[in-house]
Design a protein around this ligand. Sequence first.
Ligand code: DGJ
Length: 727
Amino acid sequence: MVEILREGNVFHLRNDQISYVLCELEGGVLAHLYAGPRLSKLDPVNRLRHAGLPVDGFSVQECALDKLPQEYPSFGLGDMREGALTVEAPDGSCAVDLRLVSAEILQQKPALEGLPATRGEGAAALKLKLRDAHTGLEAELNYAIYGDCPVVARSARLTNGGDAPLSVTRAMSLCLDMADDNWELITLTGSWARERHLHRRPLVQGHQGVASQRGASSLQASPFMALVRRDTTEAAGEALGVALIYSGNFVATAEVDHYGATRLLTGINDNDFAWRLEPGESFQTPEAVVCYSAEGIGGMSRGFHRLWENHLLPKKWVGKPRPVLLNSWEAAYFDFDADKLVAIAKAAADAGVELFVMDDGWFGHRDDDTTSLGDWYVDKKKLPDGLKSLGDRVRALGIEFGIWMEPEMVSPDSDLYRAHPDWALHIEGRDYITSRHQLTLDLGRQDVQDFIVDAVTTTLKDSGASYLKWDMNRHFSNIGSSALPANRQKEVPHRYILGLYAVMERLVKAFPDVLFEGCSSGGGRFDAGLLYYVPQYWCSDNTDALCRCQIQYGTTLVFPASTMGSHVSAVPNHQTGRVTPLESRFAVAMGGAFGYELDPRKLSDEDRKQLRGQIDYAARTQELRLYGDFYRLLSPFEGNDTAWMSVSKDRSEAIFTFVRALAQPNAMPPLVRMRGLDPAKRYRVEETGEVYGGDELMQVGLCCRLHPFGSGDAASLLYTLKAVDEA
Ligand code: DGJ
């Protein structure tokens, strides 16, 4: 059930699980009333009285806006909190006073121009039109509520309806004024090789949150935050998550004011941002989604997972098998030729791998990372017979061929840069600043977009690749474009992201059968914006099993297993130097879209023999692992153990992973309480043959008996459970 009700001045969006309510006050001021569990009805009186506001005859005088919970507020006209919108008028003033002009309940959720957004199947949509009389600015607030997940999606479209240019210097996608501050804030932050670590802290008066101004959503921060009650756990309690469908600079803040009310804001980061609107021109914000669950953090995550699976990820790949791949990066780095790659691919094919991916180093004269980005023609020294020949040789082994590119970048040492130095982001008159010896192409430019589309098209056609790893390995500096006038330079980062999306749109349409995997120095742009185009994303360059427990655990807060590229690599691990058992590396990698990051020829005979069994297991359990309902059981951020499980939609099967980081001498084995099973069913643990009731597994737990002594560090269990008829 999904519906949008209009009762007088109240708009009530609801489905079976949640309600979102707003209302129009006198004079067209839009108040936010509620986001939470489904309500039958909400009377604005109560909520406004709580905010200390007169119920009749509301007036913006006397700074009443400072107390009013609002839908899309502006700073400077009485509201002292951070606003959602700032627009510079010709007179230099920046405040905007938006008043409701019209409201329309739509049969279909409109698409967002130039931006990825949730697809509206099964959604009900609401369009509110507001206007600021002083500037002529018009704002369209678009809402959608879904029938199949506890989610409301929001975005804003701004149009200059006046006759003088305006400058939008802040345009958030969402503002959510919550009645109290009795919450804790969860964010996902990190670094290279430490992506999406979970942080939880109480809200305090003032601002707190997470942001990126790196040109990408980044390794350092995820465009997501959640409010949870102090007693909320994985399994119970309120959790309200907000995610932005965007891959560039963003901000997500929770501001607790002096009355103890909490304002959530998320949108494009307004630092160094401005967008000029000539009369008649429009600006579209990215879409933000709010996901509410009363079933704990886990319930919120499953809400997000369902939203992305049903309404965002590329349809062609959702619910579909993913090829088990072997990527050449850690197997060879830049040191390869065609024969070496084919030999690795052959060993991989012999073990059952389905797709061989040639990573960085095949083009220009790229023997290290100092050169050749942009010169997307084959290095004849390494691959004398070209891409097609290599692709054919790999395919002759009975497996598919995939390729790596980093299309958004250019090396100063490249023909591309020598021909088009102005195609790189730069500030006229200042020295270029490289990072990883490379510069960023100015994707806001049409000629750059066309170049990238041509280069990727040629590479895919020449090689016949059925998979493309799309990498991006530096953040912005010297942010400027020679294609834009001075008064539009602050548009560069957002124009870049619009350009990126335009390029992705063209390519995924042109190559519907190619599997695109995103990557940005690992999981650096792992966000809902790119997941609209690519169904899976390389989760991290860190393939150490213990580090991956944290990274994957954090990632699942927002994203489903099917989106996380996770591979088994060699030991000692290339990022940490740690030696972990192969079975644990495998158990952790089973948490995502599975593959290998190693040279199988270098494995011990014993380990190599295991590969075939692993790949069979991966294929057998694929649907369950990637598309089941996901439950986090033990957090690596809270203790020595990690556990998670995925349960089939009909609760007849489950796959369970347990990892103990440091061996514990003379300790009792943990009882890990499962979740999501059918209490009335009995389940056989396939690996041990033992049968337990679903109720017992959830109430008592499964005894996770690692080998008694000498199991060593990073020991693990990987179990599949199947419902059996036995009474
Ligand atoms: C960074 C990626 O995360 C790695 O997997 C690899 O593709 C390198 N770039 C290649 O330069």
